[in-house]
Design a protein around this ligand. Sequence first.
Ligand SMILES: Nc1nc2c(c(=O)[nH]1)N[C@H]1C(S)=C(S)[C@@H](COP(=O)(O)O)O[C@H]1N2
Ligand SMILES: [Mo]
Length: 494
Amino acid sequence: MNASRFRSGLRANAPELGIATAGGLAAVAASFAAAGDPTAFVGAAVEAVIRDTAPEPVVEFVRSDLRDLAAPTLLATAVVAATALFGLFGLAGVAVDRRTGRLSAGVAVAAVLGGGVSALLGVGVLPAIAAAVPVALVPVTARATDAPATVSKRRRTLLGSVGGLLGLAGASTVLGTQRRGRIDPEPLDEAAETETLLSTADERSLDLAGTTGLVSDSFYEVDYSNFDPTVEQDDWSLRVTGEVEEDVTVDFEGLQAMPTEHRFATLRCVSDPLNGDKMDNALWTGTPLADLVEEAGPQGNCECVRLRAADDYYQVFPLSALRNGFLAYGMNGMELPKGHGHPVRVLIPGHWGEINVKWVTEIEVLDRDAEGYWEKRGWHGTGPVETVAKIESVVERDDGTVRVGGHAYAGTRGVSAVEVSTDGGDTWTEATLSESLPDDDVWRMWAHEFETDGTHEVLARAVEDDGTVQPREESEAYPSGATGWVSRTVGGER
Ligand SMILES: Nc1nc2c(c(=O)[nH]1)N[C@H]1C(S)=C(S)[C@@H](COP(=O)(O)O)O[C@H]1N2
Ligand SMILES: [Mo]
């Protein structure tokens, strides 16, 4: 075989590129449809590779400039990359067919590349086979499109085959989305107790337009992946292992046999901007972690632990924080929703959200300190939260009065007061505060009314239980959480 023949064998023409692209997309979608757990298909696997190997300047750009767009951007990049990858495998099959003149050889190469690389990416057998089939169809379709004698017939065959592959991609996406089977949370057995607590929270909430009460209407979600793992309650277990006297494993039944408690607890993400919306509160049902940890007999030299989860997320933090921790399987009187860690998540009082590991599977007691997922990327989010008083509601009435308010949170240090200034920080008044809820890691609501006579620079700051006034110094969320007093300009020309 001469060199030019070889080259022409590898070169793809426009129809082949179209077929390969549609085939690549169909491979990704079919793999999604075949995966019982949505984290176990080629798209999620490619997403994880991109996420975990992205160079620092890219990570920095995403963090600072894309913020909330980071997750959709990552997802789109992953789908494009996976489509291109599996499309290329299809093209390799086309090239082999052309060089050898044997379609079976082309199909075999495409299928082996598609299935083999899927397996290397760590997806299951079924999702790997499902990805291999559309890839293997690429050389078949390319040959069929090449066969008709007339240009118009060829065009029609091409449209038909690309359309067929795209149809397969569409149908697979729909099927996969349905199969992900939203676990619709059922009410807990303890619904009577939770109902009482929830109505207490409702009664103690201040009436503020544009923001939620003491229990959030909708609770923010932050995930490092676009694909939440599906973990069945009956398959779940948690292992305490590593530097321990004895490994301890507990399953869901075992967990429910332990003492049941209901706790109000607020979560805030370390990436939450000063007046952002990644801070929420819920009533959680579950059991304290302390006994389980003690039973294992933790040892090791760092007094630290690494928690792991079903989505491969991991975080490292002090054992002392874990000892105050809670294993939650209920949220606001219902089973824990999928997006918040179904069936079981960890809650660590007063600490940034990131160590409140969802879908938790393992507690590993370490001998030496290590870094968690976000700390490897420069964040310092394993410690206690910074104090914040947010201005979330501003109502300017026709009679010239203004009502401002929001939520304030100081972790386990507690909020004893919120002070408001309507003159840019020269003078301060105490705001009305919601009656506190029974637990010690809960936000409070504040409200303040004043007469307006023009433009006001309104500032809010929280005071902690021990009298400490929230510091004024402003800092960005990255790396260790946003600090400073929230300010809003209110009033003016009416
Ligand atoms: N397994 C797992 N746990 C996780 C995360 C994750 O991506 N995977 N995200 C963490 C982060 S950064 C935050 S702020 C909280 C958010 O919890 P929520 O989604 O229930 O609000 O979960 C934490 N636990
Ligand atoms: Mo977070």
